[in-house]
Write a protein that binds this ligand. Sequence first.
Ligand SMILES: Cc1cc2nc3c(=O)[nH]c(=O)nc-3n(C[C@H](O)[C@H](O)[C@H](O)COP(=O)(O)O)c2cc1C
Length: 377
Amino acid sequence: MDKMLTIADLKRKAERRVPRMFFDYADSGAWTESTYRANEDDFAKIKLRQRVLVDMTDRSLATEMIGEKVSMPVALSPTGLTGMQHADGEMLAAKAAEEFGVPFTLSTMSICSIEDVASVTSKPFWFQLYVMKDRDFVNNLIDRAKAAGCSALVLTLDLQILGQRHKDLRNGLSAPPKFTPKHIWQMATRPKWCLDMARTKRRSFGNIVGHAKNVSDLSSLPSWTAEQFDPRLSWKDVEWIKERWGGKLILKGILDEEDARASLDTGADAIIVSNHGGRQLDGAHSSIAMLPKIVDAVGDRVEVHMDGGIRSGQDVLKAVALGAKGTYIGRPFLYGLGADGKQGVTTALEIIRKEMDVSMALCGKRLIRDVDRSILA
Ligand SMILES: Cc1cc2nc3c(=O)[nH]c(=O)nc-3n(C[C@H](O)[C@H](O)[C@H](O)COP(=O)(O)O)c2cc1C
């Protein structure tokens, strides 16, 4: 049996287990994928300072994100179609995150619904909102997240129109999948995935089907997004969303110092420095390159989180050193899920925890709360 020691191991296994169109959906960025690659590559350029003869006992990665206790500063990113990486994927990932003591964020574009995830978890999870033109539907989504006890709303700002990902267009990605010879072949060569999928009824967008009016072609993500997402979303809208929600609000998708400063007026509890995992504006800077500039721009006035390119616990440590109070992983948990279901998500989290713990100690720190720029070489 293969030993899963790195996120790359999980990725290779997921590629063997998940039909090509869904594996590619996770492993893709916009256009040339340069920003997708930069997110990972720029982490590798940051060097850590090796220290010796410091007490390394009683280490702890525990901290807080938006006032919630977390066993380490890593949350699961909201990702669309997660229930296509593995049957009931969002429910499995949410349970794995809850047991691990880290936040799970459910995407608007999930396969399992808000209510499905609430039915299998006992602690509050976070809900990510995309703003559609149909405001009744948006209000209803916010109310459903409230009713399910979600403890934070993550408002995504960087996808009002969809960046082009060539692989998805070439693969004819849809949910549920189409039954063309190509798609049937992709699924037939992944029998375990098919068997699990045959056992669940959750194969379409659980938050939307049966809730949104006039949804004509939901199976096609690009056309549905073009038709339904609101390209006029503005800072003013953040106000009514905050008011309607009435709880903790996190703004996701900020990559510019000016936007970061503007976010201070919204009263948001946190911002996520993010370029949507390189899936939107190809050619934009990596998240980790922008993080220190944004931290310097906003100071302590809002909690700064980041995502994009984290593939190891060392990457989390570097982000924390550069001022992130929390981080998120997208693809690492999706690869775990595709590889081994709930256990795979736990494995991804364990890999990251171990790498972070050992690296922190070798940098001469015992507490993640004490990590700052001084651990960087
Ligand atoms: C397959 C996939 C689907 C995603 N879907 C969403 C989504 O529905 N909503 C959202 O706000 N971000 C979405 N994202 C972006 C992630 O939340 C996150 O910003 C990104 O994955 C972080 O980069 P990483 O994958 O390198 O960790 C998605 C990312 C991936 C890989």
